[in-house]
Design a binder for this molecule. Structure first.
Ligand code: PXP
Length: 277
């Protein structure tokens, strides 16, 4: 990357502060569902063969109401493979959201395949899953060139972050148009602590709108935890994987996705109805 380009990327926009007296956040009518198919690949890789095929799962997910497919190509290739990304890019009829760590290898792959979206996530080899959000505030100088290259290639970039206003401000400063709020702490909280975790997400989603960022959310969502998140008016997309794939064991993939889709639609319709009543 040329020195000029780096310098251009590193210019931080003026900080934007929340309106002192905020109006009610606007109500987005439709909530998209991105289905994460990583764990279909986890099962396949347990035996090292080709079954079950994550691309077939993606096709079924679309039939069942997924608006997009999410796949995380990890550095250690523990689930999704390079070949999966290639086939998804060729065969998907809906947008692909490519989850990636901010590394030169992943940047090269993203620029080669040009998915609709790229979600930059933190990645540690020893973690079981993406355990927390990306520290964009601390990582500005490292992350900005990656975001810049992806945005310049026409890829919609989101940053996977904790529901923390400072991280949202940092995501904006780094040049990302979208944030995905990590819902893991909310989903994993004990019943007594969950309301406070939800409030953090509600506030962060409102802040996203204030500073002009599109807001998504995901991680750990289930039939039991999705509704309060789906009701948050400024969130426009949820990305859900592990639970849906697990539920598919009991009732099939289409059934688990259709049920999630119906829940989300009902909650969003109720929220829109309440707003206009
Ligand atoms: N969003 C992001 C950015 C993720 O990293 C993950 C997990 O890979 C998800 C959503 C989906 O989380 P889960 O599989 O727990 O539903």
């Amino acid at each position: 990357m040329s020195g000029d380009r780096r310098a251009a990327i590193h210019v931080r926009p003026e900080p934007v502060h929340a309106r002192p007296e905020r109006e009610e956040p606007s109500m987005k009518q439709y909530l998209r569902l991105g289905v994460n198919i990583d764990h279909v690949a986890t099962i396949r890789n347990a035996r090292g063969g080709v079954h079950p095929d994550p691309v077939r799962a993606a096709t079924q997910a679309v039939k069942a109401g997924a608006d997009g497919i999410t796949a995380h190509l990890r550095e250690d290739r523990r689930h999704i493979s390079d070949g999966d990304i290639e086939r998804l890019t060729d065969q998907l009829t809906v947008p692909l959201n490519f989850e990636m760590a901010a590394t030169d290898e992943m940047l090269e792959i993203a620029l080669r395949h040009k998915p609709h979206a790229a979600c930059i996530v933190p990645e540690k080899r020893e973690e079981q899953t993406t355990e927390g959000g990306l520290d964009v505030a601390a990582g500005h100088d490292v992350l900005a060139p990656y975001v810049g290259r992806l945005v310049d290639a026409g890829i919609r970039v989101s940053m996977f972050i904790e529901a923390d206003p400072a991280q949202l401000d940092a995501a904006r400063a780094v040049g990302a148009p979208v944030v995905e709020l990590h819902t893991g702490a909310y989903c994993d909280a004990r019943d007594a602590d969950r309301p406070a975790e939800l409030v953090r997400i509600v506030k962060a989603a409102a802040h996203a709108e204030d500073i002009g960022l599109e807001c998504h959310a995901g991680h750990g969502l289930t039939f039991d935890t999705v509704s309060p998140v789906a009701a948050i008016p400024t969130i426009v997309e949820l990305n859900i994987g592990h639970f849906l794939i697990g539920e598919a064991i009991f009732g099939g993939l289409e059934s688990s996705i259709k049920r999630m889709r119906a829940l989300m639609d009902r909650v969003r319709a109720d929220a829109v109805g309440k707003r206009s009543a």
